[in-house]
Design a protein around this ligand. Structure first.
Ligand code: UDX
Length: 461
């Protein structure tokens, strides 16, 4: 049988939380394109080729299965795939630097630069390179400089197409995005390349939702979108502290302000703090850029969003210790939920990491239940094995515990049999609802002392 000719060959370097789902969606929506995803990690690629994908994301397996073997490939052959690709998306990880200048703030771009150099050494024709990873503003320019300072005579046009999908809802976000943003240089070559990337998304996204800009606006918009979202959470979390001191209820306040259409109702849930791979990293990137340009007041303004988040995590543990008679040493505490949000197994920057470590530092015994994140939790808590246990049964986690701390808003937590849980716990039994998802009055009536976020506590003593 003759090999099928595809209209475009698309490659994605990096098979993570963004690259994998995005390429699966492009392949599923565009059978006329060949889409290949490469990664240096063979185990990760093997998982993408199997039915147990390396990430948990509702609905993703169906999308992958629809395209895999037809026009969606996963491979570790990076160079050969670079050679045949027309458009290369780059979605490698850009963690915060842990060393040198900008440590703890700036992005570590070593994977990005390595990728640029492998593109350069393998390419045998002009390419369009699309930044998908979140990167500091002006990376595209640095990338273009590395790529175009070569003797080959090939041209590499670097575009920015930031990804706005959220974990847990990636498939729906990709299928029906609020907007797709594509930034390019605004000269002839840039606009031509931009049109090609617009054409990909136009296969399923209405044109009016595909917006274009210059490269720097696109890069900065990603950081700013995440900074604004995180700022809303820190704002409401700061108010939750005030509510706990007064008789106000943060859920009522959030509802009242959210009905103002200028404010809007989303991202106003107070909780134990935001996590995830993006918010903190992107804000710190923004802070770093501002400091670089001497905009110290602006840097401090955005940094305070991260500080309030740390304060909220600390406050949560402080409350636990305080109300449990100022000591948790030797007490057993059940953690319900370790993922940074529901419907994902991802634990990056999860508030649960801080809370657990702090409880261990207070010499509590911690037992963790999470429906999807136990493997990641074990990795995050390596070295604390003497203090921490893991279980896939919430009733076993609660049995013999003095307290339960709810740290992820998994829906299943609300459906558990709390009478059974109460009966199996040490007394007095405490619940600290770090996500305000349980029926606090019902728990109180069973006999629990209940400590929500930003609402009056319901105590039996
Ligand atoms: C975020 C952005 O939403 C997404 O557009 C971007 O591409 C990547 O970063 P993600 O990190 O997957 O996505 O999750 P998100 O839903 O934004 O939640 C982040 C954190 O904020 C979670 O820990 C969540 O529990 C917390 N959160 C969210 C709150 O505490 N309160 C809220 O009201 C909303």
């Amino acid at each position: 049988m003759a090999k099928r000719e595809f209209e475009k060959k698309i490659l994605c370097i990096g098979a993570g939380y963004v690259g994998g789902p995005t390429m699966a969606m492009i392949a599923a929506k565009c059978p006329q394109y060949e889409v290949t995803v490469v990664d240096v990690d063979p185990a990760r690629i093997a998982a993408w080729q199997s039915d147990s994908l390396p990430i948990y994301e509702p609905g993703l397996l169906e999308v992958v299965k629809k395209a895999r073997g037809n026009n969606l490939m996963f491979s570790t052959e990076i160079e050969a795939n670079i050679r045949k690709a027309d458009i290369i998306f780059v979605s490698v990880n850009t963690p915060t630097k842990t060393f040198g200048d900008g440590a703890g703030r700036a992005a570590d771009l070593q994977y990005w630069e390595k990728t640029a150099r492998s593109i350069l050494s393998a390419a045998e024709s002009d390419k369009i390179i699309v930044e998908k990873s979140t990167l500091p503003v002006r990376t595209a320019k640095a990338m273009a400089r590395i790529l175009n300072a070569n003797e080959s005579g090939f041209h590499f046009e670097v575009l920015s197409n930031p990804e706005f999908l959220a974990e847990g809802t990636a498939v729906a976000d990709l299928e029906n995005p609020d907007r797709v943003l594509i930034g390019s240089r605004e000269n002839e070559q840039g606009l031509k390349a931009r049109a090609q990337v617009v054409d990909i998304y136009a296969n399923w996204v209405p044109r009016k939702r595909i917006i274009t800009s210059n490269v720097w606006s696109a890069e900065l918009s990603k950081l700013v979108a995440n900074a604004f979202l995180a700022q809303r959470i820190s704002s409401i979390n700061s108010i939750s502290a005030l509510c706990e001191k007064t008789e106000a209820n943060v859920v009522e306040v959030a509802h009242a302000i959210g009905m103002d259409s200028r404010i809007g109702s989303r991202f106003l849930d107070a909780g134990v703090g935001f996590g995830g791979s993006c918010f903190k990293k992107d804000i710190l990137n923004l802070v770093y850029i501002c400091e670089h340009y001497g905009l110290n007041e602006v840097a401090q303004y955005w940094e305070s969003v991260v500080k309030i988040n740390e304060y909220q995590e600390q406050r949560f543990v402080r409350t636990m210790v305080k109300v449990m008679f100022n000591t948790v040493a030797g007490k057993r505490i059940a953690i319900f939920g370790f993922a940074f949000k529901k419907d994902t197994g991802d634990t990056r920057e999860s508030p649960a990491i801080y809370v657990t470590k702090q409880l261990c530092a207070e010499k509590a015994g911690v037992v963790i239940f999470d429906p999807k994140a136990l493997d990641n939790a074990k990795r995050d808590l390596r070295g604390l094995e003497d203090y921490v246990e893991f279980t896939d049964d919430p009733y076993a986690a609660a049995k013999g515990s003095h307290a339960i701390a709810v740290l992820t808003e998994w829906e299943l937590f609300a459906a558990l049999d709390y009478q059974r849980i109460y009966d199996s716990m040490e007394k007095p039994a405490f619940i600290f609802d770090g996500r305000n998802i349980l029926d606090h009055q019902a728990l109180y009536e069973i006999g629990f002392s209940v400590f929500p976020i930003g609402k009056p506590a319901l105590k039996h003593f």
